[in-house]
Design a protein around this ligand. Structure first.
Ligand code: IMP
Length: 433
């Protein structure tokens, strides 16, 4: 019995979906704690590929309970669509999906405003996913948001919509946007329908997860995005609006830090980023293209389809992440993508103003002027896809993983050598104390 948090350690897209899927086998409850349908977790089961945006990927395991915690923002339309896509594939939701009554709702105006506001930023565009994530969290912190419990009550929803719509129309006018929002009546009718669909799943999930922990069940907390997109510790303002870091699991599900046993960090064997913002080890040209297109699943955003920016492994990022997340161990993913490189570089520090920095700077213009300090290693030029034992990896691949673990000052627990469930090396049993 344990409570384990899984976090992304870079800029998201580390392959958390697969790691969570593997760990879910031994979990009783899987709880998502932040973000919304900006996330896209892919899990490959046999020939079939599943992509999750809001629903915890643990739903693939029959009998497991899946929770959408209060720290998540829910687009009801997106949620219902996701359920309707998964149901024909044989996935059952009744008695297995639990939605927090305190999570906040993304309305159509949040999506419109997200896009309009990001466009207005011009050169400083964040490159958001356009899913209304930041604008929903804006309303939440401004204390004018709509929570799931409000959403289920037609009268409360009507009242909140009246205020919300007039405020948002005003804002759109001031932003000189030509966007037109649906009438309150139309929105109310459409969204009341979604509320009816959601109702059977809604409960006090904090109570439920705490009960599960008290009863000795295994609980897995599923983070979306990554530590460098955290609103506090990421590359602000090029971040998401929630807390992907491990602390976010406590506030996002409503469990105390004393209840958590372990934090697992998912680390991609190189680095990617989608959207704007600094990326010190970013590559261009052929090297970036090779990283982007090697392997069965290319580096393209699951939610927006945008090509991901690609670069070498950055130890400054991962070390920072290990500290702020309090990582106990790391799961390294997409090792097989590096199979085709004869030389592999790792960034071990940043050169700035004649000094070598080991910590990630807070000031954006400093990050932008940092030059990565690289160490170069020989590659292994061998197919590692599907290797299942650490000792069966080529010597240089083992060295590379040990180097990552050393730089992150965190022990290695898993390695992923391909998208399939079986393409996994278990170095340590994560569920063991
Ligand atoms: P937002 O979360 O849509 O507001 O986008 C803010 C930033 O986070 C943008 O750079 C997005 O590309 C990035 N982002 C949001 N969700 C993900 C994700 O799941 N993976 C990678 N990047 C993400």
């Amino acid at each position: 019995m344990a409570a384990i948090i899984v976090v992304g350690t870079q800029w998201g897209d580390e392959g958390k979906g697969k790691i969570i899927d593997i760990l879910s086998r031994q979990a009783d409850v899987i709880a998502r704690y932040q973000g919304g349908n900006n996330a896209g977790h892919t899990v490959v089961v046999g020939e079939e590929e599943f992509t999750f945006h809001l629903i915890p990927s643990g739903i693939l395991h029959p009998g497991k309970k899946c929770v959408i915690g209060s720290g998540v923002v829910i687009d009801p339309q997106g949620l219902i669509e996701e359920i309707e896509e998964l149901e024909p594939k044989g996935i059952a939701f009744a008695g297995r999906l639990f939605i927090s009554d305190r999570a906040h709702i993304t309305m159509p105006y949040h999506k419109v405003l997200d896009r309009v506001i990001d466009e207005k930023r011009g050169k400083g565009k964040i490159g958001t996913t356009g899913r209304g994530i930041g604008t929903t969290y804006m309303d939440k912190t401004a204390r004018v948001g709509i929570r799931v419990c409000d959403f289920l009550d037609r009268e409360v929803l009507k009242e909140k919509l009246e205020i919300g719509l007039s405020e948002k129309n005003d804002l759109l006018r001031r932003l000189n946007s030509h966007h037109h929002l649906d009438s309150e009546k139309k929105m109310l009718d459409e969204y009341t329908g979604y509320a009816e669909r959601m109702k059977p799943f809604v409960t006090d999930t904090s109570f439920m997860v705490n009960e599960a922990i008290r009863n000795g069940e295994n609980v897995l907390f599923e983070g979306a995005q990554g530590a460098l997109l955290d609103i506090n510790f990421g590359t602000y303002p090029y971040v998401t609006s929630s807390h992907p870091i491990s602390g976010g699991a406590c506030v996002g599900v409503g469990v105390g830090p004393t209840r958590i046993d372990k934090v697992v960090g998912v680390v991609k064997a190189y680095t990617t980023r989608v959207g704007g913002g600094p990326f010190p080890t970013e590559l261009e040209g052929d090297l970036a293209e090779t990283l982007r297109n090697a392997g069965p699943i290319g580096e393209y955003g699951r939610t927006t389809g945008r090509p991901r920016r690609c670069g070498w492994f950055d130890a400054v990022v991962v070390r920072q992440s290990a500290i702020i997340n309090g990582l106990d161990c790391i799961a390294v993913t997409r090792l097989d993508i590096l199979d085709r490189f004869s030389k592999i570089k790792m960034c071990v520090g940043y050169e700035y103003g004649g000094r070598t920095l080991r910590e990630f700077p807070s000031l954006l213009k400093v990050v932008e002027s940092c030059k990565p300090v690289y160490e170069e290693m020989d590659g292994w030029n061998e197919d590692t896809s599907g290797v299942r034992r650490f000792r069966d990896l080529p010597m240089n691949a083992r060295r590379y993983l040990e180097k990552i673990s050393g730089l992150a000052e965190t022990e290695l627990c898993m390695v992923s050598t391909g998208p399939g469930r079986e393409q996994t090396i278990k170095v340590k049993d994560v569920w063991r104390p």
